[in-house]
Design a binder for this molecule. Structure first.
Ligand code: NAD
Length: 434
């Protein structure tokens, strides 16, 4: 089929490339000329495992352009995958979605289905359809359908090609039939429903996962106070199939481009409809506090950070991505700098993006070893494989004071016994052998 995708971020580009890999002819549209120039050369502008390779393998079915007019003119299906960031009041900013909708209304010269993949508040598909109908330039029929995206950054290609489910929210048989054709070569179960339910499935799923994380984080904090081990607790809970063992890893809070904004957007939507989502509100509050858990712990070891050298391992909001949106590093590092700490940081793929926020304030290091050398304190913000696999004796050998505050529970606590390293993690006993 002839498909256009608006937006080439984590969702749009992955969608475009995966659809091309299934034989569709796909044109990917973005307003960012630099990104488009890179993609035309077969280079992905974002870091996502396997994306570059899949893109290169399917270049004959992929084109990249800023020329939306030509791209939308003859497409049978147009996916919208642009951002829906958070507004100051917590609601979703739909400016980019509406902009694309306007462009489609002006450009489309054949009947088509517009598919909203971006996460949008319940009722948006309906409104976008009315908005397009009011602006259609040529004599064509355009229907809007919802197809929310559930991929996780870091495993986006796998999540798309082997989706746990494909949710299609449609209001006509015709739209359902066309979308089923788009996904004919995917083996995932398809849930066909109406648009509002599809939109709600996305928010309800994301917010539930955020809730699960905040729940285990609260349990972890209590475990620390009463001497239980959250790792055993999570494991014990996870055996229960009603609970499941995923998203039960405690840490310093969720980040990324989805959970923070999607919890706030649903909460906003509820209050706009005179309802209160108490559980979601609690998840948001717990997460805000959890981000400062390590810095609070650090106060056990130092009264203030003035003049200290602090090593930071991991900057991105999770491993496998270069994305920094809502990453705990972004709220903790300014606090450390403000208090006079000298920061040395390492991240395998996130440093270039971090430099956009802090070009000169940190010392960016090429290796974990250089980062640790001479440090008074080490914060682990992201559980990168390189950190999990390193020999922990490096902390003792290289740091001035071997104090490791691990926000992602990268190592078994027992490994630090008798090492002379202070190892303080989340929800587990603290080793203080120094
Ligand atoms: N990132 C994720 O893990 C994830 C997962 C599921 C759902 N989502 C949702 O998908 C949507 C997109 O998220 P993302 O992370 O891919 O965003 P992103 O910010 O990475 O990418 C958005 C892209 O859209 C482009 N763009 C903006 N206006 C445009 C226009 N008029 N025409 C064409 N391109 C335009 C931008 O230049 C950018 O490249 C959001 O609603 C998000 O909530 C994201």
């Amino acid at each position: 089929m002839k498909i256009a995708v608006a937006g080439t971020g984590y969702v749009g580009l992955v969608t475009g490339v995966c659809l091309a890999s299934k034989g569709h002819q796909v044109v990917c549209v973005d307003v960012d000329e630099e990104k488009v120039a890179l993609m035309k050369r077969g280079i992905s502008p974002i870091y996502e495992a396997g994306l570059d390779e899949l893109m290169k393998e399917n270049m004959e079915r992929l084109t990249f352009t800023t020329d939306y007019q030509t791209a939308y003119e003859t497409a049978e299906v147009i996916f919208i995958g642009v951002g829906t960031p958070e507004k100051k009041d917590g609601s979703a900013n739909l400016t980019y979605v509406y902009r694309v909708a306007k462009q489609i209304a002006e450009a489309a010269k054949r009947d088509c289905i517009v598919v909203i993949k971006s996460t949008v508040p319940i009722g948006t598909n309906e409104r976008i359809e009315a908005y397009i109908h009011a602006r259609i330039k040529h004599s064509v029929s355009i229907e809007v359908a919802s197809n929310p995206e559930f991929l996780a950054q870091g495993t986006a290609i796998h999540d798309t090609l082997h989706a746990a489910r494909i949710v299609l929210g449609v209001e006509s048989e015709k739209a359902g039939k066309i979308l089923k054709q788009v996904y004919a070569d995917f083996e995932s179960p398809i849930l066909l429903t109406n648009r509002k339910s599809a939109e709600m499935i996305k928010y309800a799923s994301n917010d539930f996962l955020a809730l699960k994380i905040s729940y285990i984080n609260e349990i972890a904090n209590l475990c620390e106070s009463i001497g239980a081990d959250v790792e055993a607790v999570s494991k014990g809970m996870g055996y229960d199939p009603r609970i499941g063992n995923r998203f039960l890893n405690p840490g310093i809070g969720y980040g990324g481009s989805c959970f923070p904004k999607d919890t706030k957007a649903l909460s906003w939507l509820a209050s706009f409809n005179d309802k209160e989502l108490k559980t979601i509100k609690a998840a948001i509050e717990v997460n805000e506090n959890q981000k400062f858990r390590l810095i609070k712990k650090a106060k056990k070891y130092y009264d203030d950070f003035d003049g200290l050298t602090v090593a930071v391992l991991g900057l991105t909001f999770k491993p496998g991505t270069d994305d920094l949106r809502e990453a705990p590093s972004l709220v903790n590092i300014p606090l450390l700098l403000e208090d006079g700490a000298k920061i040395k940081a390492w991240d395998p793929v996130g440093m270039e993006n971090f430099k956009k926020y802090f070009p000169d304030e940190l010392e960016y290091c090429d290796t974990i070893e250089t980062t640790l050398t001479g440090a008074d304190l080490c914060f682990i913000f992201t559980e990168w494989q390189q950190i999990l696999q390193m020999d922990i004796s490096a902390y003792k050998m290289l740091m001035k004071h071997a104090i490791v505050l691990d926000g992602r529970n990268c190592y078994p606590v027992e490994a630090f016994e008798g090492t002379g390293i202070v190892y303080d993690s989340i929800g587990r006993r603290c080793i203080n052998d120094a």
